[in-house]
Design a protein around this ligand. Structure first.
Ligand SMILES: [Ca+2]
Ligand SMILES: [Ca+2]
Length: 466
């Protein structure tokens, strides 16, 4: 995961936190391949693999998360990491700050050589209570019990040493409580569990982690138990209204167009659906209207996608769904344009076939169409900014048209959700969501200010052994 992606996510967290009340539940959560409960595979993994395997844990369970590092002799490193926003629910996320953490513990099993095991890290980004920017990762540097078999780590906040990638000095360790004081108010991007290094030679190793426990002062108190099997998420239909938007909002950039939830019956017995109107402007500046929802997911977490649309009865124009992704290396929107309806003006259902329907990316243009499965292979853990529904173009003279969308269904395997959004109740959606990521110009200012104050660490990509 690139630094900039992390920054993007945390800004989205800050934004969404304004909308989502904190719901606090202490829970023992079972994480399965069918429902990763928000855990996802981070980018940057190489020469390594990771998955939940049927290796019994130390507390009676029959599975655990396995990391396997290949032997590396050319200095290119081997690393594998999984991560989770500390407080993410199907409804959204809440901000957890470094100094909110009260307990951290986990179990790990060393390689049979007993050499080492995976650890927990805490990635943070944002301003402290004094307004100073921070970006880095706290890395546990405390004692690791030696020998094969399972071991438990229960972090002593006042004595176990941690270091920060912000200082880039593994020798400068302090107790976690020290860092909490220094980083008071700084939001946490991710809890990370992983092993390995982005550089250097590596010995082949197979290790496991389980029962990751995280408790913070606002009451979030979760222990994640990794197990095989599991069941797919239960489908849920959510009604979106102007008064209860379920995270949907206008997207910036709308022009020469309008949109609202209209009293137009959908294809499932509902009385409303979302209407897009292009006004037919002919000044060449385009005509477009889009709504969007900020998910917290990665491109490769999408396991199902479908929607209904009703095209313009005159010219057959119809809205489409886009997946907008962003990292420091890759950013664009994946777009799939299904075949036109044979009967304009009637409702159609689009169910994306991940292995045959072709999507193009605004990053690479129409000529690079691939299946969604191929894009997922290529883009992997890159975060999704927005799930977008829209009609029109930012240039040219799109014809005047009126069309509708409804029953947008997204199955997200890493959070274990299967949600269908049903638009009902006449009215407009709220104003544009501020971008969950900073614009490039905003980043230019931030980066410049950091460089001017000597924080050259900002650009460092190195990730050390954890
Ligand atoms: Ca387990
Ligand atoms: Ca509806």
């Amino acid at each position: 995961m690139s630094k900039r992606s992390m920054k993007k996510l945390i800004l989205s967290i800050v934004f969404v936190a304004c909308l989502v009340p904190i719901t606090v539940l202490a829970a023992d959560v079972t994480v399965t391949p069918q429902n990763m409960e928000g855990w996802f595979v981070k980018q940057g993994n190489k020469n390594a693999t990771g998955q939940i395997t049927a290796v019994a844990d130390d507390q009676g369970g029959n599975g655990s998360f396995e990391f396997h590092l290949n032997e590396v002799t050319n200095g290119s490193g081997a690393i594998f990491q999984i991560a989770r926003v500390p407080a993410v629910t199907p409804e959204g996320v809440t901000v957890v700050k470094v100094d909110d953490i009260e307990e951290l513990s986990w179990s790990f099993m060393s390689d049979t050589s007993g050499s080492y095991g995976p650890k927990l890290k805490v990635e943070y980004w944002g301003r402290d209570r004094l307004g100073n920017m921070h970006s880095g990762t706290l890395v546990y540097a405390g004692p690791l019990p030696a020998g094969a078999g399972w071991h438990a780590i229960d972090v002593d906040f006042n004595s176990d040493p941690w270091w920060s990638t912000e200082n880039d000095d593994e020798s400068e360790t302090h107790p976690f409580a020290y860092w909490q004081n220094l980083l008071s108010g700084v939001p946490i991007n991710y809890l990370v569990a992983g092993i390995g290094s982005t550089s250097g030679n590596m010995t082949a190793a197979t290790t496991h982690i389980d029962y990751i426990h995280f408790k913070e002062k606002n009451g979030i108190d979760d222990t994640w138990n990794f197990e095989t099997g599991g069941t797919p998420p239960s489908p849920e239909t959510v009604v979106v209204t102007p008064d209860d938007t379920q995270g949907w909002a206008l997207k910036r950039g709308n022009r020469n167009a309008s949109g609202q939830i209209a009293d137009v019956p959908d294809n499932h017995g509902g009385q409303g659906s979302f209407e897009f109107k292009l006004d037919g402007s002919t000044d060449g500046s385009g005509s477009i209207f889009q709504i969007a929802r900020i998910p917290v997911l990665t491109v490769d977490s999408i396991a199902g996608l479908s929607w209904d649309y009703k095209s313009d009865p005159g010219n057959g124009a119809y809205p489409v769904i886009k997946i907008e992704y962003w990292s420091s290396e890759r950013h664009g929107s994946l777009v799939y344009i299904p075949a036109p309806a044979s009967n304009p003006g009637s409702w159609e259902t689009v169910t994306v076939d991940f292995d045959s329907d072709l999507w193009w990316s605004t990053e690479l243009g129409h000529d690079n169409q691939r299946t969604l499965a191929e894009w997922q292979q290529e883009l992997g853990g890159i975060l999704v900014n927005y799930l977008v529904a829209g009609l029109g173009s930012t240039s040219g003279n799109p014809a005047a048209s009126t069309s509708y969308i409804d029953y947008i269904r997204l199955v997200e395997k890493f959070r274990g959700t299967d949600t269908t959004w049903d638009f009902e109740g006449k009215g407009e959606l709220p104003p544009p969501v501020d971008p969950p990521i900073p614009t490039l110009s905003e980043w230019g200012v931030i980066i410049l200010s950091l460089l001017l104050t000597g924080y050259a660490w900002f650009w460092r990509r190195r990730e050390s052994v954890i």
